[in-house]
Design a protein around this ligand. Sequence first.
Ligand code: URA
Length: 209
Amino acid sequence: MKGVTVIDHPLVQHKLTIMRDKNTSTAGFRRLLREISLLLGYEVTRDLQLTTTTIETPIEEMEAPVLEGKKLVFASVLRAGNGLLEGLLDLVPAARVAHIGLYRDHDTLEAIEYFFKAPSDLADRLVIVVDPMLATANSATAAIDRLKARGATNIRFLCLLAAPEGIARFTAAHPDVPVYTASIDRQLNEKGYIMPGVGDAGDRMYGTK
Ligand code: URA
């Protein structure tokens, strides 16, 4: 098992508290999610491998560090994943993007794919899957099943909040995928919401409901 990293940076925790507050506006929630995704993105990319390239500064030639390998992929689990995606693309503008759309079948409760678009060479890239809420882990697990089916082997999962139940299910299904989160909250309620949580992240972000 690769484990779970809680990103306890003071700025992350401060911003998360404002996001949790039900009186925070849609615009405020969206702005904070974008800001926090920069800080989360910093941590999830902290150990990326570097190589060097020769450049000339105005003073002299030097061997300077650059990221090694192919551009990484951010895979957004629709729709709430897009809230994290925007800030991550500010941080890594050259990243490739995958979109994964899933809905839950009412009868079988299975995650059904309605949209999947990703770079064709997933096998050669680090894929960072983003979804703000790791609650039941149904969609996160299904999204990663699909990425693996298309060849991805080097995957990380980034969320804002996780429930202990979601972490247990996720790590049982994908022990090779490390999880990064700003907080592990207390538990899920009977409707599958994280407590204390932020509510429905998609609704908070887009002002729907
Ligand atoms: N999805 C959300 O948006 N919020 C939760 O609390 C759980 C799942």
